[in-house]
Design a protein around this ligand. Sequence first.
Ligand SMILES: [Ca+2]
Ligand SMILES: [Ca+2]
Length: 429
Amino acid sequence: MVGNKALMKMKFSILFLGLAASFAFAQEEKDFPPMTPMSDVLQILQAVQAAGAAVTISELRGPDCVFTNEAEFGGGGPLRGPLYVTTMPPVPRTIYVPKNSPDTLQMIIDRAAPGDEIVVAPGTYDMGGRQINQEGTATRVVIDKPLTLRSEAGPELTIIEGGPSTRCIYMTNGVQVIGFTITGGETMKEGPEGNKFTALSGGGVWSEPGGVLVNCTVISNTALWYGGGLYGGNAVRCTFTGNTARRSGGAASGSRLGSCLVQYNRAGRFGGGTLHCELFNCTVTHNRAEQMGGGSAFGTAQNTVLHHNQTLLSDHNFYDVTMSYCCSRPKGYGPGNIDAEPGFKNTDQGVFNPMYNSALIDAGTNTFLIADLIGTVRVLDGNNNKHARADIGAYEYINPLADSDGNGIPDREEPRVKSNSFRGEHPAE
Ligand SMILES: [Ca+2]
Ligand SMILES: [Ca+2]
């Protein structure tokens, strides 16, 4: 009934005659258009809202009140007078999901509009969801419009959990998911009807190319085919731990990863850590593939360390990965690659920050990534030789004596990036 384009500047002139109008109102009454039943008025407004526009009632020529929003309009009671309704482009809202919300995240997302931000209180979200298609794997949280889903308190306290034949999240283009633990998701375990790229891939998250995970902990998810933790999309400042792809790409497949830690993931064939991914400033370690590319198979890597990965056959750290400014063994072909021991702080205890004398420090090429895995702002002069260069890996080493930007504040006291932000993530922006 109401086209989208027409909404922007359309002005409805609606006669709204209340049931109990008992005022002396003779003067204006002559100018009124024919009477519009209440039900028609509400129907028009609902159509306007359904099309995504907010409704503002700009003028009510009546004797007793001025209405300013649709909520009051709905419960307004008896009125009379011509009503001018101006529709506006939708204004992004922030929707707060409280603790123990009776509504599932899926219900809240379904009611949200594109551009909204949904802020989620701490808790474990393991109910609800639906099928994206009829291929067998369900999804706990389907985000099929561009919006931001952000935890209030970070991944330690806010968990999205999958289940049997249920992955955790689907993201369409323009979606940001910020600050969650994403765990326990799995695709169908078998089934001839499953499409290997959709139903059987992406145990934790399945993403269109323009979806982004930020500051998420992706842990213990399983895909039958590709991408145990993540299939497609992008991940920034995320940790992938203990995910499994029965086929290939234990942590991620077909994704772009920046400042991510990829550790202890497994794949049945290629790419215990990643398969066909673009890696920027990642640390890929202690992953395992049964065949080749324990750390990473195919794809590209820059400023990335791939060490202590293994396979049953060969090519323990990487297989057919185009590398620059990477640290691995054997050394990759391409500019800036090194094959030194990475000098992690404590490999046995899984602490993969560089030690003070690590070969990773200031050995990368400068990058567009603004912050490291834990929010340290790049790039820093890690060896204090007055030349700030990016480090290799997910962490940027802070030299206790350096002041990389020369502003009198030592690097160790400079502000850090807020963990639960993505764009505008640089404090100065
Ligand atoms: Ca550095
Ligand atoms: Ca400084």
